[in-house]
Write a new protein. Structure first.
Length: 332
């Protein structure tokens, strides 16, 4: 492919602070003597809930949050005034941009290989907290109680099943090996992670039956919607801990709640929900042994996103194949 010289970059971030930090990072990276690709002569920014800039017709490169970019595509598509050639998502998930009603005549890339270490901390942190009864001990401390119960729990040598072994799942698998865990992976077809001891590609019900921990890291696609069904949840061992840090639509949350309420599941850690945020009135807050986090298991760090964008930007300008392309039909 021939070399390209972008004319107009649009940055679409959560807040002006995020935009400022991101712009500083990419400016520093692209103004060094060794940088082969200077930034476009025109740079425009937009933050969440801000009105669209007046002129988007010359934008050829976009980087930012899919939700903001999707809104721009939707509002501008009838006139065709916003027609980027390449969109770099600042998220791993790109669901808002997969809406079939939106244009797809551009290259779409996402973020990978930057969330893995954060996810390792999240998963291992919660598993240790549950096994060593850290939540109970903290509760006892708040009541001025001396909790000397020896839990006997450990994550060493346990079996974890990871449903969805992409780049994040592979990093979690590597982290689990530091605790001598047996790692099982469930994927559609791939099986290349060296830290996974055993792969399965069908029969998810059978896959979960002997797990101590089950971690869902699935993307939001038609194929994964409802994949972790009631039958799958009911097949988890009573002592198992279930974690979902992928997408809410992939899991039958009602089945998880029922299993916890009926003492058929030891604990669950849920970071993603079909409807976010979870409202203060929701009954989920009172479910025993359900640990709720607010879609924060692994977040987008501006410096990480900037480094990836600059790398892909240099490839784009050189006419080379971009890193981490998204297939609109498959959704990842």
């Amino acid at each position: 492919m021939a070399a390209r010289a972008p004319k107009h970059l649009l940055i679409a971030m959560e807040s002006p602070t995020d935009t400022k930090s991101f712009l500083e990072s990419i400016t520093e990276a692209t103004t060094t003597p060794s940088s082969p690709a200077p930034l476009p002569p025109k740079i425009t920014s937009i933050s969440k809930d801000e009105p669209a800039p007046e002129s988007l017709s010359t934008v050829d490169v976009v980087v930012g949050e899919p939700s903001i970019i999707a809104q721009l595509l939707q509002s501008q598509s009838p006139s065709g005034s916003f027609a980027p050639l390449w969109v770099q998502s600042s998220w791993a998930g790109v669901e808002p941009l997969l809406n079939p009603a939106l244009p797809r005549n551009y290259e779409l890339t996402n973020v990978r290989d930057v969330f893995g270490k954060q996810m390792v901390e999240y998963v291992i942190g919660y598993l240790i907290a549950i096994e060593r009864r850290l939540f109970e001990r903290h509760s006892a401390q708040l009541k001025n109680q001396w909790d000397d119960i020896v839990s006997g729990g450990t994550i060493y040598g346990k079996t974890i099943g990871i449903i969805g072994v992409g780049s994040i799942g592979a990093e979690v698998a590597r982290g689990c090996k530091a605790f001598d865990m047996k790692v099982k992976g469930f994927t559609r077809s791939s099986g290349t992670c060296p830290h996974v001891d055993e792969y399965s590609h069908d029969n998810l019900v059978e896959f979960v039956k002997d797990l101590d921990y089950c971690l869902a890291l699935l993307p939001n696609t038609p194929a994964t919607n409802g994949m972790i069904s009631k039958e799958v949840v009911d097949s988890l061992p009573k002592h198992a801990v279930f974690l979902n840090a992928g997408r809410g639509a992939s899991v039958n949350l009602e089945a998880i709640v029922s299993s916890l309420n009926e003492d058929r599941l030891a604990a669950a850690v849920i970071d993603v929900f079909q409807e976010e945020p979870v409202t203060p009135e929701s009954s989920l807050w009172k479910v025993p042994n359900l640990h709720i986090t607010s879609h924060t298991a692994a977040y987008s760090n501006s410096s990480d996103i900037a480094n990836l964008f600059v790398s892909n930007y240099e490839r784009y300008c050189a006419g080379e194949t971009l890193l981490h392309p998204i297939d609109f039909e498959r959704g990842y």
